[in-house]
Design a protein around this ligand. Structure first.
Ligand code: FES
Length: 407
């Protein structure tokens, strides 16, 4: 906008101008030339105008219905996960497509209505403006408001009450369609849920919490990697998980010195190995839940005895190990990669993502790289039958540092 005209108009003069005059002044000051302008419907009550308004109204109404449908589906449709064979699977699978269809329709309808309105109802106009640099002055600020008022007047929306209301409602609902899904991100991270083999969904529980919060005996379960088996019967070939054991209990002698094994919580009632093996039992899915628990993976490390003699316990964790056996969370405290590498020579645990290193002889303390906190240590022991079990839960949250963590 131009500054050269600032002195030509006093506040008093500007205040005395009508909106039309200010709008005209604004276009002049902006170096805008209206090259062409034509009313679409110069005659009052033109049927073509009514038809055009009806078209806009129909699109707005479609948009409103779609937006209301979106909000209703978002709030009330059964969205909780259903697996194959579960009741309500069909309805559940429609949730996401319906959300997409209704959201898309709501926004598109509103866009169509606006485009049709501009193309068929607002006056046709071609205006050309020269480009200016620098800040706006008082005259420009006033005239721009006047121009906006003028646009509102010439759009004729002001006198089209039905369209105006539909546009208002449609605009609000379209906004809600965009904003409402953010509601799904509002969660109370402190609210405890039903504690299961994967924790309760909060940041400080894992499947290992079952041992101290529910008194469940948890074995350190080794993943055998066994898959469903193919079987044949009168109805053909089938895959079955019956009798397939994914997690098996471990005894200390299953691990040689300077070795590491990844273990997962294996509750007593899900054991299906050794003398408890039952070929009819189907524990596969539960075992997989334990393996997939985001904070469940633990590295069971057997130190060489001469190294174990040098190990230093952290205060409060003196009895967390069993002889030469130490169990550390496998979830890196940097940003959560699996710290899968145990270097027996140096007794360091390495995270391959950003090269953090943790000292297995010093409670999993970080000694190199971006991780700033120790790997939580799981207290372990051996039960009366000689199997390795958890002696309790982690005493600190597992995984990347977050605001609640003190260590
Ligand atoms: S996630 Fe382990 S070092 Fe970054």
């Amino acid at each position: 906008m131009s500054n050269s005209n600032e002195m030509k108009y006093t506040d008093k003069q500007l205040a005395a101008m009508s909106n039309d005059e200010l709008a005209r002044l604004g276009t002049e000051l902006d170096d805008v030339t209206v090259a062409y302008r034509k009313e679409r419907f110069p005659i009052d009550n033109d049927p073509a105008e009514k038809r055009a308004a009806r078209k806009v109204g129909v699109w707005l109404a479609i948009g409103i219905v779609a937006a209301v449908a979106f909000l209703a589906i978002y709030l009330f449709w059964p969205w909780k996960y259903k697996g194959l064979g579960d009741e309500g699977l069909w309805t559940y699978t429609l949730y996401t497509p319906f959300l997409g269809i209704t959201a898309g329709l709501a926004i598109l309808s509103l866009a169509f209505a606006v485009i049709i309105y501009i193309k068929t109802i607002m006056p046709e106009e071609i205006a050309v403006q020269r480009r200016h640099d620098g800040p706006s002055d008082e005259v420009d600020r006033r005239t721009i408001v006047a121009l906006l008022n003028d646009s509102w007047e010439t759009s004729t929306l002001g006198r089209r009450k039905v369209l105006k209301s539909l546009l208002g409602v449609g605009g609000v609902l379209a906004g809600l369609v965009v904003i409402a899904p953010l509601g799904g991100m509002i969660k109370n991270p402190w609210k405890a849920g039903a504690l299961g083999i994967q924790g309760d969904g909060t940041l400080w529980t894992s499947g290992w919490a079952l041992s101290s919060r529910k008194g469940v005996k948890l074995y350190l379960g080794r993943d055998t990697g066994t898959l469903a088996e193919k079987e044949e019967n009168s109805t053909g070939e089938h895959y079955t998980t019956q009798g397939v054991t994914r997690l098996v209990r471990m005894r200390p002698e299953d691990l040689s010195a300077a070795a590491m094994e990844t273990v997962f919580p294996l509750p007593e009632d899900l054991v299906n190995d050794g003398d408890k093996y039952n070929k009819e039992a189907d524990v596969y899915e539960e075992h997989m839940h334990s393996i997939h628990g985001p904070r469940n993976a633990v590295m069971l490390i057997r130190l060489r005895s001469e190294d174990a003699a040098k190990a230093v316990a952290r205060e409060g964790q003196e009895d967390f190990h069993y002889g030469d056996y130490y169990a550390y969370s496998k979830i890196c405290t940097h940003i959560g990669c699996p710290t899968s590498l145990y270097e027996a020579q140096t007794n360091r645990i390495l995270c391959p993502c950003h090269q953090s290193q943790f000292d297995a002889l010093r409670w999993g303390k970080p000694v190199f790289g971006p991780a700033a906190r120790a790997l939580p240590q799981l207290p372990i022991t051996v039960d009366e039958e000689g199997y390795l079990v958890a002696a309790g839960d982690f005493i600190e949250p597992v995984g990347p540092a977050f605001w609640e963590r003190k260590s």
